[in-house]
Design a protein around this ligand. Structure first.
Ligand code: NAD
Ligand code: DAU
Length: 332
């Protein structure tokens, strides 16, 4: 088995590569990644070159994509521009990578008849009210809010069309907010941990009542593998681990786990169009494919993540100053 993992040098993609590396020891893994600001070769260090090959190319380049995927058995597509705040500032790279990049990959897997799994987000469904008794299901209508989520929604639509019109052998997954090692410091949890490690206060957008449904990235990896191996072609699976928490609770827990006063954070400007709540009903995945999350204790998972950032300062330090300068410009 030879799989191509696009975006395999990013946060979730590299965690997936590590997961596959240990769970499927006879698989060859080719990482196709442009190494943007969010990609890092270091995320793949320690893996045997004979099994894991890094191809530094852009998924919008049809020749490079064709050459990389042509003899693969499957393509798992994580590569994307992934940060909402960046998309509100500079939307074009989101349109380019998320839409044109996905189109380019679809054309290559169509030509070579290769199994395709498309990794997407719960944000395509828009947001829920805090007191809504319903969660997102595969039947929830698409209603994206930001340039990021609308381009991910567009990419999902392309995959569905390529399945129906061209018979491409594809599945889609829409997952909730991930946390764990190797996440860029621009994102909520690593930003707060590293702010505290640099002796500054965490930064909470608005009132902090917005809810995210947290899942450990290794549980995301096991779900994607289950869908790749057992999923039904043409189907969409929602991935989540019943991890709803509001942002205020998360900041307070991080402070507490790091031995600080849990009230010692700043409120900063809110994100424009900020989605209020995401919540996933993953029952299709658990019932049809027998998948279950393993990291069900958020506090423990968060503590492990904090320890990872404490022990890997040389990994995150080079990204930190530039990231905070960008936030300063946005007043956040
Ligand atoms: P990330 O930003 O950490 O990593 C993205 C990776 O894609 C990087 O390695 C980057 O170099 C690469 N990349 C970007 N543009 C590229 C291009 N044009 N060509 C080739 N490579 C390119 O993102 P992430 O948080 O790991 O997210 C991975 C995927 O999972 C995305 O598709 C995202 O929409 C989805 N997702 C993320 C979350 C989350 O909580 N982070 C939740 C659900 C779904
Ligand atoms: O739901 C899945 C999505 O989760 C993925 O598709 C995205 O790729 C991923 O980035 C994430 O999107 P969010 O916008 O939810 O994640 P972010 O880490 O940017 O923010 C999480 C919440 O925390 C959100 O409500 C905004 C808030 N926030 C964020 C930052 C960076 C803060 O309060 N302070 C901050 O400093």
């Amino acid at each position: 088995m030879k799989i191509v993992v696009t975006g395999g040098a990013g946060f979730i993609g590299s965690n997936f590569v590590h997961y596959i590396y240990s769970e499927r020891p006879d698989w060859q893994i080719v990482v196709l990644d442009a190494l943007t600001y969010a990609g890092n070769k270091e995320n793949l260090s320690g893996l045997d070159d004979n099994r894991v090959q890094l191809v530094v190319e852009n998924i919008c380049n049809p020749e490079a994509v064709d050459e990389t995927v042509k003899d693969a058995d499957a393509v798992v597509h994580f590569a994307a521009e992934s940060h909402n705040d960046n998309s509100l500032h500079t939307p074009w790279p989101f349109v380019e990578t998320n839409i044109i990049g996905t189109y380019t990959l679809l054309e290559a897997v169509r030509k070579h008849n290769i199994r395709f799994h498309h990794v997407s987000t719960d944000e395509v469904y828009g947001d829920l009210e805090l007191d809504d008794p319903h969660k997102f299901t595969p039947e929830t209508p698409y209603n994206p809010s930001s340039p990021y989520s609308s381009t991910k929604a567009g990419s999902d639509m392309l995959v569905r069309a390529w399945v129906r019109s061209f018979g491409v052998q594809a599945t889609i997954s829409n997952c909730s907010n991930n946390y764990g090692p190797y996440q860029h410091v621009e994102k909520f949890i690593p930003r707060q941990i590293t702010e505290i490690l640099e002796d500054r206060k965490p930064k909470l957008y608005g009132t902090g009542e917005n809810v995210r449904d947290w899942i450990h990235t290794e549980d995301h990896s096991s779900a994607v593998l289950a869908i790749l191996e057992k999923g039904k072609i043409g189907e969409t699976y929602l991935i989540g681990a019943n991890g709803e928490k509001n942002n205020k609770e998360v900041v307070e827990l991080i402070l507490e786990l790091m031995g600080k006063n849990s009230a010692d954070y700043d409120h900063v400007n809110d994100r424009p169009g900020h989605d209020m709540r995401y919540a996933i009903d993953a029952s299709k995945l658990t019932k049809e494919l027998g998948w279950q999350p393993v990291f069900t204790d958020f506090s423990k998972g968060l503590e492990n993540t904090i320890n990872w950032y404490k022990q890997n300062e040389s990994w995150w330090k080079p990204q930190k100053q530039e990231t905070e300068e960008k936030y300063k410009e946005l007043g956040r």
